[in-house]
Design a protein around this ligand. Structure first.
Ligand code: HEC
Length: 307
């Protein structure tokens, strides 16, 4: 009876505990619960009630069985003397041959280190089995990681993650390159990019802008004066759409967005150089917009190497 009552208390405690949880909506199942539709909630409640009925029935069943057993034992004293399954279980797996604490005096070995003594007691069986489990685990572990190499070591896992991250970065890069336009184009000062830009320039632009950017049919690209603006976006836009009425060809059908970014970046590196036959400046002087905060650290201070 005592057991029955404590079980009921436990169940009741579980249910009264739930509203306290609901206060913290951090818990995901509470959140899910809040976002459920009414039919889902009904289903959940029905399922809950069925579960509750099953639990109550089981408790009742256990109670009846113990009651029946007691009646049987009253009739048959030999049955009562037999150890119950719980006692058998206890003996086999929990206590084993462990001597109780009252017998400690007989078990004590006759040495003591600073008052720490050793008892010659048996190991509890569960601890012994746990020990066996660790041995099996160890063997499986060694076979898995060192002999057959099926499992991945931490280093392998790390390398795999790096590889995946690299693939993702490449995919992102590819995506970014394919969507470069005059709103998001960036000055790309990396070596390979400028080299590619130079090749594109030499193959397409020298006829009108001269090999060193000094100008000819087209304007001088080395001075600070620009007809259409000297930012990377401005240059990209002119290269992409051209200025057809003035003789500057639109390049968007012949160059990819990435190539236009490369050649635009290359052109901006020509600014400030001295060409052999400079054409007189045209347009307005372009002042670089300062985007960095004034107190930003310079590359030297940061220890960044120039690429
Ligand atoms: C057929 C001659 C010709 C070719 C080839 C040519 N351009 Fe031009 N380009 C011009 C002319 C002309 C202008 C001046 C447009 C104007 O006055 O608005 C110009 C202007 C420009 C400007 C704007 C300069 C400014 O001051 O705003 C840029 C940038 C430019 N070209 C880049 C290129 C690039 C890059 C290529 C090669 C991919 C190229 N051009 C090929 C004739 C040409």
């Amino acid at each position: 009876m005592k057991m029955f009552r404590s079980l009921m208390l436990l169940v009741a405690g579980l249910f009264t505990g739930i509203p306290a949880f609901a206060q913290e909506s951090e818990i995901s199942f509470v959140k899910e619960f809040a976002s459920m539709s009414s039919s889902e909630t009904t289903l959940l409640i029905v399922m809950g009630v069925i579960l509750l009925v099953i639990v109550i029935l089981m408790i009742l069943l256990i109670y009846l069985v113990t009651f029946l057993k007691q009646v049987l034992q009253l009739d048959n004293p030999a049955l009562a003397a037999e150890p119950s399954w719980w006692e058998q279980f206890n003996e086999r797996y929990v206590t084993g041959k462990v001597k109780p604490i009252e017998e400690e005096k007989n078990l004590m070995l006759d040495h003591s280190y600073d008052g720490i003594v050793e008892l010659d007691n048996f190991m509890p069986p569960w601890l012994k089995y746990l020990f066996y489990v660790t041995i099996v685990f160890g063997v499986v572990y060694v076979l898995n990681y060192s002999v057959f190499g099926i499992g991945k070591t931490q280093i392998e896992e790390y390398e795999q993650e790096l590889y995946v991250a690299q693939l993702e970065a490449e995919a992102r890069q590819a995506l970014a390159v394919s969507v470069i336009d005059e709103t998001n184009v960036q000055f790309d000062a990396t070596g390979p990019s400028l080299k590619a830009g130079q090749t594109i320039y030499e193959n397409n632009c020298v006829a009108c802008h001269a090999i060193d950017g000094g100008g000819g049919v087209g304007p001088n690209l080395t001075d600070e004066y620009w007809i259409h603006g000297g930012s990377i976006e401005d240059v990209f836009k002119v290269v992409k759409y051209g200025v057809i009425e003035k003789g500057m060809i639109p390049w968007q059908d012949q160059l990819s967005p990435e190539e236009m970014q490369q050649v635009s970046s290359y052109i901006l590196t020509l600014v400030g150089t001295t060409p052999a036959n400079p054409k007189a400046p045209q347009g307005d002087k372009y002042e670089q917009k300062i985007e960095e905060p004034i107190d930003a650290l310079t590359e030297d201070e940061l220890g960044v190497e120039e690429v």
